[in-house]
Design a protein around this ligand. Sequence first.
Ligand code: NCD
Length: 327
Amino acid sequence: MTSLLRHIVSVSDVSIPVLGRIFSAAESIKRNFGQDPFSDGRIRLQAILQGAVVATIFYEPSTRTRLCFESAALRLGASVIGTENAGEFSSAIKGETLADTVRIVAGYADLLVLRHPARGSATEAAGLNVIPVINAGDGDGEHPTQALLDYFTIMERAGEQSQGSLTCVGDLRYGRTVHSLLRLVAGLRGTSLERITSINLVAPPDLHLPEALVTTAEQAGVKVQVHHALTEGVLQKSDFLYLTRVQKERGAVMVDPTAFALTLARAKQLPSSATIMHPLPRNAELPTELDSLPQAQHFAQAQNGLFVRMALLIAILRAEALEGLGA
Ligand code: NCD
C-alpha cells in the first residue's frame, strides 16, 4: 500500500502535484464509467480497493457526502461500515469522546470519513494519527472534498481558460463549502490548475465571509470584491455562480433572502457561458424552475463528487493504482 497523502482535514493538505493526479484519475474514471454496471471499465475498478474497509461516521445530517463516499468505496471494491446520526447512534450518547471513537474505528477500518458539528474535530481525529481521516465537514470550518469536486467541475467547464471569475452568494460566514473552495482557489493562483483569478462575495454584512479568508485570497493575488446584493452588475461578471443556502442550524438568519436568490430574470443576466453551481441541499436560493437552464450544473457537480472521491480514496489507500488510471 502506497499513499500520496494521509489525512485531508483542509484543502491545504493536498499538494498541487497530488491534486493534479487526483483530477486526472477522476477524469479517467468519469470517461470510462458508463451506464452498464458490468462493463469492463467498472469491473476493473472493483479490484482496486478490494479488501479495504472504509468507515463513515457522521454526527451531522448528510445525503450526498455520506452516500457519495460509500458509493465511491463500494465501486472500488472496498467494504463500508459506519453510522449516520452518530451523536445518537454511536456511543457518543453514552459519553464516549470523539478521540475514543476514532481509536476504536481505527481497529476496524482502514480509513475514516468523519462529519462532526465542531470546527476542529477533524484536526483532532487526524492528530491521533491512528488511521487516515477525511474531513467530511467540521461545523462551520471546512469541507475539503466538496471543494475538490467543486473545483473539478470548474476545471471541466473552464477548459484551458484560466482567467475566470467566481461569485459566491448566500451565507458565506457559516458555509464551510465556500471556506474550502476559496482557500483552494487562493492556493492554486499562479499554478497550472489556476482557473479563477477574481472572486465576488455576495452576502448580507452579518453573513460575510470570515475576514481571514478574504485576506488569504487577496494575499494570493486573487481580486476580491464584496457586494450586498445579487445585482445585474455582479451577475454579468460571473463566470461561475456558486449559490449557497442559509446555515440555519448554525444560527444564521437572513433578513432578505430574495436579495441572494437566483430567479429566471436574474439568470438571464449571466453570461451565456456561465456555470450555475450549488453544493446542495438547496432552499429558495435556487428554484427548481432553473434546473433546465444550460448553465445549471448543480446535479452534474454532485455526480462529479463520485469520481473525485474515488480518485481520492485511491490516492490515500493505494496510490500505485493511479498509474493504471493514467494519473
Ligand atoms: C454542504 C455541507 O454539508 O456543508 N452539503 C454538502 O455536503 N453538499 C452544504 C450545506 O449543508 O449547505
